[in-house]
Design a binder for this molecule. Sequence first.
Ligand SMILES: [Zn+2]
Length: 330
Amino acid sequence: MQVQTVLGPIDVNSLGRTLMHEHVFVCFPGAEFDPESPYDRRKVADEAVKRITELRERCKVNTFVDPCPIETGRDVELMREVSQRTGMNIICATGFYTEDMGIPPYWRKHTAQDIAKLYIRELREGVGSTGIRAGLIKVATGAPKITALEERLVEAACIAHRETNAPILTHTDGGVMGPQQQALFKKGGVDPSRCLIGHSCANPDLNYHLTIAQGGSYVGFDRIGKVREQTDEVRAANLAQLIRRGFAGNAMISQDCMCAFRGKLVTLTPEDQKMMSGASGPRPMTHLFDVFIPMLKEQGIGEDVLKVLLEDNPRRFFAGEPIAQGLGKP
Ligand SMILES: [Zn+2]
């Protein structure tokens, strides 16, 4: 069984330790026109190489999924360069972002079938003329509800999945609407085990996580360190509970860090804008290993379970194997 990386297909068994949601570069649509947000692609590449090399060498991460949506600065050739220079496997995605922050007006006029054609082409032949193929499908929904347009994009993702068997990774705003995404996937003929419901860890309610896991999908604790949204203490406590109840097979951990970001986030506080723009340095990509995993260990989570979260679950997700049941019970 093979999975597409930006350097071509590799065997799923060689994925190794995998972070399911990190970014080389992000730029929300329109920010490329902002004269106050200059962009130096060379510098961005060098910064990404520096950060990803540390992740690879010190933290032993072998694979890095960059689920950057099509329209938010996705640069698959930059990912290819970074992958070549670091030896990190990088897997890119096809799919648009939320109605609130993305989806170019041109594509808003298309049917789910037509949008699916674009997704399928990026999965089968590649992005534009690069020949770089996407390895999974990104779905994004906002809050407090999933809009009609977003629902159409979920439908497009379901069509592309049925056609290509590529797995689906989602964005949720603030960790809500996960079960609703799951219901739409089921309606669209997608087995829930092929879906990773992203950013769930923003939600403080353990029942939210249990609902998604019992519904048969992966639960993304994939914004570790993003304390503006949720504290790591709450994340660690919920994840440990989920594991103790036998759902270690459903959880995946990552950080949603960016090596570089272009643009001003006008909705954020000046401190957060500084953090995001890299003016005071972006969040360290090694936080998961330096800070969060020690917190999990304090909760009694052992190395065997960490391997399930960081290696076995990503491999099963890409291989299309069933979710491992009953793992993590003490
Ligand atoms: Zn992200």
